[in-house]
Design a protein around this ligand. Structure first.
Ligand code: FES
Ligand code: FES
Length: 238
């Protein structure tokens, strides 16, 4: 202990400054050395933590390097530029991100992209055939099924899936007789509303959306404007 103290006392002021500057220089140089090491590692092993994933989107195969935590919605929007599917809540609560996977509607914000290999993914961009709109898309236009349009891609994808579900004989919670699920021609307004209840529209274009689905089922649709007028409470004379 005594010996150590003597050595410290022997350090001159000039020597101390020299040592301090050397230490500071090392500290400054260290990050740049670290950066060089990291860059060298990156060059030899690009995208650490990512997986090579093949997705079939709207009939085209896409190959992406993705981290396993990337959602299908982020992969579609940020990596493939398919921004039709919208990020409303990112929590599975609004339906704006709805896409079709193997014909079934899925909230793409809750689906991991790496789990979709080998499946057929259809987004709103893949519904039309060239310049010909999908009948549900055309029905949304005919019936003013949207206002701001933000929820519309999800509503349309959900409606397309809804029609297939009815064709396959799926019942819903409001189906009166589970042994006799409704046919498209007799699908009631209550059934349509229930079956689309997972898709929210902030501007309340619901009348038009229901009418659009009715049109797509082949039913005769009253114009949404007419429905609103019919349903408006009449003023009672005083
Ligand atoms: S963004 Fe997916 S449910 Fe809202
Ligand atoms: S049309 Fe605006 S949120 Fe649905």
């Amino acid at each position: 202990m005594q010996h150590k103290k003597k050595r410290v006392e022997k350090t001159s002021r000039r020597g101390f400054l020299g040592q301090a500057l050397t230490a500071a220089g090392t500290a400054i140089a260290a990050p740049s050395l670290l950066n060089q090491a990291t860059t060298a590692k990156d060059a030899s092993q690009s995208n650490p933590g990512e997986m090579n994933v093949k997705l079939t989107v709207n009939g085209k195969q896409q190959t992406l390097d993705l981290e396993p935590r990337v959602t299908l919605l982020d992969a579609l929007r940020d990596r493939l530029g398919l921004v039709g599917s919208k990020k409303g809540c990112d929590h599975g609560q609004c339906g704006a991100c709805t896409v079709l996977i193997d014909g079934q509607r899925v909230y793409s914000c809750l689906a991991l992209a790496v789990m979709q290999e080998g499946k057929a993914i259809i987004t709103i961009e893949g519904l039309a055939k060239g310049d010909t709109l999908h009948p549900v898309q055309a029905a949304f236009i005919d019936n003013d099924g949207f206002q701001c349009g933000y929820c519309t891609p999800g509503q349309i994808c959900a409606s397309v899936a809804l029609l297939d579900e009815v064709k396959q004989g799926c019942a819903s919670v409001v189906t009166p007789d589970l042994a006799r699920p409704p046919q498209l021609a007799e699908l009631s307004e209550a059934e349509i509303k229930e079956r689309l209840s997972g898709n929210l529209c902030r501007c309340s274009a619901y009348n038009g959306i229901v009418a659009a689905v009715q049109q797509a089922t082949g039913q005769k649709v009253p114009s949404p404007a007419a429905t609103v007028m019919v349903n408006e409470p009449q003023e009672t004379p005083v």
